[in-house]
Write a new protein. Sequence first.
Length: 458
Amino acid sequence: MAAPKRFPDRDEIAAVRTEAEPLENGAQTETERRLAGRVMARRDMGKLVFLDLVDRSGRIQLLCPVERTGEIDVHLGDVVGVSGRPAKSRRGEPSLQVDTLEVLSRIRTPLPDTFHGLTDVEQRYRKRYLDLLMNEEARSDALTRSKAVASIRRTLDEWGFVEVETPILQPRYGGAFAEPFVTHWNSLDEDRYLRIATELYLKRLIVGGLEKVYEIGKDFRNEGVNYKRHPEFTMLEWYEAYADYRDTMRRMELLVERVALEVVGTTAVSFKGHELDLKAPWKRVRLVDELKALDLWTKDYDELKRRLESRDVDVSQDKTWSQLVDKAVTAYIEPRLIEPTILYDYPIELSPFARRSDEDPDVTERFEYYVGGMELGNAFTELNDAEEQAERFTMQADEGAGGNVEAEQGDPDYVEALSYGMPPTGGLGLGIDRLVMLLTGRESIRDVILFPALRTID
């Protein structure tokens, strides 16, 4: 006989456990509940069979008296549906006293050792379905990620932002320093690039009068993998007309604080051996001041290269001054930014889309923000002058000619959009994967991506 194709009107295990918790040992309710999930343990005690049932919300013990349910023809890993009454076992375990049980899906391949679970890290990534089945922490992390994204959306919607969608396949790539993935559009006979950022399209919408927009979506950067980098990753970007980077700093702090409170119930997190508090406000540090304190602030390429080489920093691939500054920040500043910190006012050479500072024309109103020595995101007061933006693209072309393969490529259509006038605007990018790493305490980005990229095995 075919297995049932549906099991309607089921309850969540967590809710039934809560109902059973206050009962006296050996007692049960008169209310019938229906549960469905996967059997992850079995213990036969004569005419009473104990099963552990697991669904997305948790685990519960099933009490199956054979005289009522009939013989229990269930294997570890089978998906079953049961009906019965919330109960407390004689030993005090919240349970369901089962009246009926039916197998909804029979397992065909044995599960890994249920005691040790799935422990091989690469196997966990390659067979995430088994990881989720066997490891409660993996399920919890997946749900935490989903709750975090929902919390971000809810907050931005309440603040009056509009969620939009922009192209993933783009005729030009821009909005970040990165190498792109390239593909070919057959019907147009043109190459397209998988986007490295949503920035330039979102700011076109600001020009168009949408005023407060955001997008949560995939970006793609053709680079290697490490604990915080993955070539396909999820980014939040928002842009707000009539705001600057100071306004954006405050919004970022409030957003991260609120998401932490809603998702994990506290702003206190543990990450890479550090106990941290994401509560606003965060520490603020000026980038140039930090470089000066380290004796690494000079506008001369050769001098900065010499200073870095004297500290055994490999700069053999850094062909431009801005690359050296970026290397100095990565090597000496980022690792020290353990407490939640905003690092602000970046040199203009590193910031082709950020507005110049009114106080210092050599730097821009840009900030990056860090927790646990890891960058969470990037933001600026947006450059909204079309002529100056064209000059910045020319500056980036010189940067590329100097050997920086990640320099901005330029976008004449974006410059034309700015020529119609863009209001003063504050913009921000936030790495969703890295935020989830903080909320879950995971030290590898691949732990918080459900299907991370892995080399193909023949």
